[in-house]
Design a protein around this ligand. Structure first.
Ligand SMILES: Cc1cc2nc3c(=O)[nH]c(=O)nc-3n(C[C@H](O)[C@H](O)[C@H](O)COP(=O)(O)O)c2cc1C
Length: 190
C-alpha cells in the first residue's frame, strides 16, 4: 500500500512537522511512503505559458509522473501550517501542477470526476490563533475537501492544534502531544 506525503511545512522548527513526523513514522510501518517536500521545491504557478503548453499536450514529464504516482497512492497525508487563514501558497501551486486532466481528474459532457485511488486523506496543521476546524475563518479544510471532490480523494480528516502563537512553551508542547495522540488514534484505522 502506498502513501503520498506532502510536507508543506516551511520552518526548521515547524510544530506542524513535529506532529506529522510522529504520525508518518507510525504509518511507515504499514505504507510505502513517498515524501514531497514543498519548501524550496519551487513548483511554478500555472499561467498562460503553462496553459498554452497543456493545450498543445505538453506537460513536463516529471510533473506528469508525480501526478500519476499521487493518483495511484492509497492514502494521502498533507502537513501544512495555517497561513493567511488557509495554507501556504506553495501547496496551492503544487495542487495546480498535479491537477492534470486524465491523471488526477477526468471529465464527461456534464462534469468533472476524480481519478485518484486514495480513499482517505489526513490533513495535519497548527494554527496561530484560536480558530477551530470548521470555523468559517478556517479556509484550509474546506478547500482540501473541495479538491478531494475534484480528484476523488475520499474521506478528509483534519488533525489540528490551535492558539499556538498565544500559548506558553509548556502549553504548546501539550498541544503538539495531544495532536500526535489524536493522529496516532486515527492511524489505527487509516
Ligand atoms: C506567513 C504566516 C502566516 C500566518 N497566518 C496565520 C493566520 O492567518 N492565522 C493564524 O491563526 N495563524 C497564522 N500564522 C501563525 C501560524 O499558523 C502558527 O504559528 C503555526 O503554528 C505555524 O506552524 P509551524 O510551526 O508548523 O510553522 C501565520 C504564520 C506565518 C509565518
Amino acid at each position: 500500500m502506498k502513501l503520498f506525503y506532502i510536507d508543506s511545512t516551511m520552518r526548521e522548527e515547524s510544530r506542524t512537522r513535529l506532529i506529522a513526523t510522529a504520525i508518518i513514522d507510525k504509518l511507515s510501518e504499514r505504507y510505502e511512503i513517498e515524501t514531497i517536500r514543498l519548501d524550496g521545491a519551487d513548483f511554478p504557478a500555472v499561467g498562460s505559458r503553462i496553459l498554452h503548453d497543456r493545450d498543445n499536450g505538453i506537460v513536463p514529464e516529471r510533473y506528469a509522473d508525480m501526478a500519476r504516482r499521487l493518483a495511484a497512492a492509497d492514502r494521502l497525508v498533507i502537513a501544512a501550517p495555517f497561513w493567511d487563514m488557509s495554507f501556504p501558497a506553495a501547496l496551492k501551486v503544487f495542487f495546480e501542477n498535479m491537477s492534470l486532466y486524465n491523471i488526477t481528474f477526468g471529465s464527461n459532457e456534464k462534469e468533472c470526476y476524480g481519478l485518484c485511488r486514495c480513499e482517505k486523506v489526513l490533513y495535519i496543521t497548527t494554527r496561530g490563533m484560536n480558530i477551530r476546524t470548521g470555523d468559517a475563518l478556517e479556509q484550509a479544510t474546506p478547500y482540501i475537501k473541495a479538491l478531494g471532490r475534484l480528484w476523488g480523494l475520499g474521506e478528509i480528516i483534519t488533525v489540528a492544534a490551535e492558539n499556538m502563537d498565544y500559548s506558553t512553551p509548556e502549553e504548546i508542547n501539550e498541544k503538539v502531544n495531544d495532536a500526535i495522540s489524536k493522529g496516532l488514534e486515527i492511524c489505527r484505522d487509516f
